[in-house]
Design a protein around this ligand. Structure first.
Ligand SMILES: [Zn+2]
Length: 258
C-alpha cells in the first residue's frame, strides 16, 4: 500500500498537538436531494433543533414553559417534516476530480456551522463531499441540526471565552509507544467528514489567535494565544521548520526569494 493511499483510507489525524487533522475529502461529480417534498424549496429546509437560548426566549415570551403542542407548532414553522421519510442528499457515485485535505482548511468547521438551510448544505457537500457514511445518503435535517448546534456552541465559546462541551463517539484510534522518545503517540481516525469537523471544533483552542500559512507545506494553522504556535510563527510545526531550514541549506535560492 502506498503512503498516499493509506492516508486516504485511514483519514489520519496525526500530530494532534498541532491540530493538523488529516482527512481527505473526495466529493462525487454531483449531488442532489432525495425525498424533498415538492412544496419545499431547498432554501426553505431548516433545522428544527431548539437551542437553549431559543427555548428560554420562547418561555420568556409566554411567561411560562411552553407546552409540547406549542413546541411542535414552532418546529413545524421551522420546516419540521417529521412525518416524512428523511430528506437525503445523495451523490452521483462518480468520483469528482477535486480532492481536498482538511488540513488545508483548519476553519472548515466554521463554514459548516454557518449553514442554516438545505441549499447551503447541498453546496457544502458538492464542494467537500458527503458528511456521513450513511448508505442512503446524508440526512439533511440531521446535518442542519448539527450545524446549528455547532453554531450555537461557537457563539457561546466566543461570548464566554470558554470551551464548550462536545463529544464525538465511534472514532477509531491507534496508540503506539515510541521506545526512543518514550512518548505514547495517539492517533485518532475520524471515519466521516462530520466527525472530522467536530474534531476541528474541539481541537481549535477558544480564542485561537489567527490563521497563518506555513512556509514549508503551505497549509494554514492556528497561531497565537491559546495555541501551540506563537503569533509570529512561520511554520505549522517544529518539524516543518527543521525541514524548511535543511531545504534552505541545500537550496540557497529559497532564502533570497522571500
Ligand atoms: Zn507545515
Amino acid at each position: 500500500m502506498n503512503k498516499e493511499l493509506s492516508i486516504t483510507l485511514a483519514n489520519t489525524i496525526d500530530r494532534m498537538s498541532d491540530r493538523s487533522i488529516k482527512f481527505t475529502m473526495m466529493p462525487d461529480t454531483n449531488y442532489w436531494f432525495l425525498g424533498l417534498p415538492k412544496k419545499l424549496k431547498p432554501r426553505q429546509l431548516k433545522s428544527y433543533w431548539l437551542s437553549q437560548e431559543e427555548l428560554d426566549w420562547l418561555n420568556q415570551q409566554e411567561g411560562r414553559p411552553i407546552s409540547d403542542t406549542e413546541w411542535e407548532k414552532y418546529c413545524s414553522e421551522l420546516g419540521d417534516l417529521g412525518d416524512y421519510a428523511p430528506i437525503r442528499i445523495v451523490g452521483s457515485g462518480k468520483r469528482g476530480r477535486q480532492r481536498k485535505h482538511l488540513g488545508q482548511i483548519p476553519d472548515l468547521y466554521r463554514q459548516f456551522a454557518k449553514i442554516d438551510n438545505g441549499l447551503d448544505l447541498l453546496d457544502f457537500i458538492k464542494k467537500y463531499g458527503p458528511l456521513t457514511d450513511e448508505k442512503g445518503g446524508d440526512d439533511a435535517e440531521n446535518l442542519l441540526d448539527q450545524a446549528k448546534e455547532m453554531r450555537h456552541l461557537i457563539a457561546r465559546a466566543d461570548k464566554f471565552k470558554r470551551p464548550q462541551p462536545a463529544s464525538i463517539s465511534d472514532l477509531k484510534a491507534t496508540v503506539s509507544l515510541n521506545a526512543r522518545t518514550r512518548v505514547i503517540e495517539q492517533t485518532i481516525l475520524p471515519q466521516t467528514l462530520l466527525q472530522a469537523l467536530w474534531l476541528q471544533f474541539i481541537y481549535t483552542p477558544v480564542g485561537a489567535g489567527k490563521l497563518l500559512k506555513c512556509k514549508y507545506c503551505d497549509e494554514e494553522f492556528w497561531a497565537g494565544v491559546g495555541t501551540h504556535r506563537r503569533a509570529d510563527a512561520k511554520f505549522c510545526s517544529h518539524k516543518h521548520q527543521v525541514l524548511f531550514n535543511s531545504l534552505k541549506r541545500s537550496n540557497p535560492q529559497l532564502e533570497k526569494r522571500k
